[in-house]
Design a protein around this ligand. Structure first.
Ligand SMILES: Cc1ncc(C[n+]2csc(CCOP(=O)(O)OP(=O)(O)O)c2C)c(N)n1
Length: 383
């Protein structure tokens, strides 16, 4: 990988001054939007792996589509789709190992599946079942709805790993919006001080709900902030699955060697923030269309064609297979034994404090009076 994508604090810095103009911020890319690519930079993966990357991007897209449909039918409360971010989600997830930790924010389904999370469990999560968190924990995963709140946990967990001399890394998935929260600054700064095996993976999808990136921060990029934290940053084209894979592989390796790394994956969320918002109120169609032209899946298809790997791929059959997997996961989620309301109170404390005990009693009394309300418990909105 060359240095183009790295931040270069240059002219003026030796005069004791630095400005935005001093920071040249390139974008690491292997596959260009027109389908051409830098063959020397293509990661050394075998043909099966190249095809697998494609299949996983289709898994992400299919999952997002199906979940939005479920929400429309009232079968889940709300859902945050990753459509448009497939290369960012899958390229990063593919670079992680099974025993790495993944603390996310909800828009990284495929990366969680790559580490073994069953599709069923993510459906349960979006249905609001607390039990889903326990299933995720079995795979060293969690989703923080309070944005950025997981990053101090990432630094702390990575510090624990370092002290225990473990071989894995902890990866934080978060958004550009989360990058403006206080917890994120403290966590990334301290990760630098402690030299912990943490990868901070920011998917800059251009919006924090309705707030565009340029209203989020006056900095030109998220990656440039790495300099202030005393760590390295990589700014990568998030619609280029090969570049994201390479960037996160490099970040993972560096993290293992005690150099936490901040990766900014520049991409675009094509669907609404969640099924509860209307993006038409804060962005125009032409912007969405422009990004559609940079579709990560189409771009990767042209790479597979050029490499002679496309002839063995039948997109429709793959999508059919993935839809069948989703159907099976949905059936399993529908069959998941009904939870009692106690579950909502169950996992935080060994012994329930009196004020929560009181709330539980009140809640049960309410449900006795209004049994119809029970139907809505699994469907309450998250996020
Ligand atoms: C601490 C906190 N403040 C506000 C919210 C409400 N909220 C939910 S998602 C979101 C924006 C997230 O944007 P970003 O971090 O860029 O991630 P994206 O959803 O774009 O992937 C906000 C403000 C929240 N969940 N947590």
């Amino acid at each position: 990988m060359n240095n183009d994508h790295k931040l270069v604090a240059s002219v003026g810095a030796d005069q004791g001054r630095i400005s935005q103009e001093n920071l040249e911020i390139g974008l690491f890319q292997i596959l260009a939007p027109d389908g051409s690519y830098n063959s020397e930079a293509v990661p050394s993966l075998d043909d099966d792996a190249f095809r697998e990357l494609y299949r996983w991007m289709l898994v992400e897209r299919t999952f997002d589509k199906r979940m939005v449909k479920l929400q429309r039918r009232g079968q889940i409360g709300t859902f945050g789709s990753g459509r448009g971010q497939e290369a960012s989600i899958i390229g990063s997830g593919y670079a992680l190992k099974d025993d790495d930790w993944l603390l996310g924010m909800g828009r990284e389904a495929g990366a969680m599946f790559l580490q073994g999370l069953p599709i069923r469990d993510l459906i349960l999560f979006w249905r609001g079942l607390e039990d889903a968190n326990r299933e995720m924990a079995k795979h060293n995963q969690m989703i923080a709805i309070s944005i950025g709140s997981h990053l101090p946990l990432v630094t702390g967990t990575a510090w624990g790993m370092k002290l225990a001399d473990e071989d894995n890394v902890v990866t934080a998935y978060f958004g550009d919006g989360a990058s403006s929260t206080g917890a994120v600054h403290e966590a990334v700064n301290f990760a630098g001080v402690l030299d912990v095996p943490a990868v901070f993976f920011c998917q800059n999808n251009q919006y924090a709900i309705s707030t565009p990136f340029e209203k989020q921060t006056n900095a030109r990029s998220v990656a440039q902030r790495a300099i202030g934290y005393g760590i390295n940053g990589i700014r990568v084209d998030g619609n280029d699955v090969l570049a994201v894979y390479e960037a996160v592989s490099e970040a993972r390796k560096a993290a293992r060697a005690g150099n936490p790394t901040l990766v900014e994956s520049v991409t675009y969320r094509r669907d609404a923030h969640t099924t509860s918002d209307d993006p038409g109120r804060y962005r125009n169609e032409s912007e969405v269309e422009q990004w559609q032209e940079r579709d990560p899946i189409a771009r990767y298809e042209s790479f597979l064609r050029s490499e002679g790997l496309w002839s063995e791929i039948d997109r429709e059959t793959l999508v059919e297979e993935i839809n069948d997997e989703f159907d099976a996961a949905l059936a399993a989620a529908d069959e998941y034994e009904q939870r009692s309301v106690d579950e909502i109170f169950e996992y935080l404390y060994d012994e329930l404090p009196p004020y929560l005990q009181r709330q539980l009693v009140e809640f049960k009394a309410f449900l006795e009076e209004r049994p119809d309300a029970y139907d809505h418990i699994e469907q309450r909105v998250k996020g």
